[in-house]
Design a protein around this ligand. Structure first.
Ligand code: ZN
Length: 266
């Protein structure tokens, strides 16, 4: 299990990195006296107010106030979470990220980053499968529902909305071919395992809305039941890649809002 990343490792990592080199690889920097400057990557501007100090190993934007060290920059620019940013930078330097042994299990479900990569990939494939469900014979009822809600085909496509037929084993038979993949499906909440160890699809007979993280990866789903089933809305549970506290909202709430606005805002 993962412990905390030791502070000493983070300090060491920062000491080995050069923030000028790191940022210059992403945003072309120009030497300005002691510091380096560029147009800020975090807000729109025509005259450069973004400054990087090699001496202090900090960046600062006089326009929008963005500032921080190399880790902050990678988090913001590459849209990574803290631990992901550390892992990314460490791997660039060929370092393994150590973990503290003590401190007990981390809060909530957890997976290693290589396991997470597999989970993201699996969720993306399931999202595609749901999307193809809209084009199936059984999916007509979902198309009717979406039309009734005033959603254009373009919106449906843009948000990757799909449909899953009212059956117990659509996802299990397609994505859970062996025990390991079934366990991965259970860990992402796509399958439910009952007391007898029987595994079955969580989402059945629903219009499916993928929930994405900031990087656009599918991390969970919201499902709106068609017909009289309950609950009306069902979300993925807390999983190693879906942390409800950190995610903004389920997509169908965006869509609800979309109905009452004149512009969708992209
Ligand atoms: Zn700025």
């Amino acid at each position: 299990m993962a412990g905390k990343i030791p502070r000493s490792f983070i300090d060491d990592l920062l000491a080995r990195l050069d923030i000028v080199e790191l940022i210059d690889a992403r945003v072309k920097l120009k030497k300005q006296g002691k510091n380096y400057g560029a147009c800020c990557p975090f807000h729109n501007e025509k005259t450069p107010s973004f400054s990087v100090s090699q001496e202090k190993q900090f960046y600062h934007c006089f326009g929008c106030g963005a500032h921080g060290n190399a880790i902050d920059f990678v988090m913001e620019f590459d849209r990574l979470e803290f631990v992901e940013a550390i892992e990314e930078l460490a791997s660039q330097l060929g370092l393994d990220v150590p973990r503290e042994q003590s401190g007990g299990a981390p809060k909530g479900p957890y997976a290693r980053s290589d396991q997470k990569r597999d989970l993201y990939q699996m969720m993306g494939q399931i999202a595609q499968f749901y999307q193809s469900g809209l084009r199936s014979e059984a999916g007509k009822v979902a198309i009717d529902y979406l039309k009734g809600r005033g959603l254009s085909g373009e919106i449906v496509q843009k948000f990757g909305i799909g449909y899953v037929a009212d059956e117990w084993d659509q996802v299990r038979t397609r994505f859970g071919r062996d025990n390991a993949s079934q366990q991965a499906l259970v860990s992402t909440g796509m399958l439910i395992e009952n007391d007898n160890g029987r595994r079955y699809d969580r989402f059945r007979g629903r219009v499916m809305f993928p929930i994405r993280d900031r990087r656009g990866r599918v991390i969970g789903f919201g499902g709106r039941v068609l017909g009289d089933g309950t609950p009306k809305y069902l979300n993925s549970p807390e999983t190693p890649i879906f942390h409800k506290g950190r995610e903004l909202y389920a997509l169908y709430e965006v869509l609800q809002a979309h109905r009452t606005q004149t512009t969708s805002g992209g």
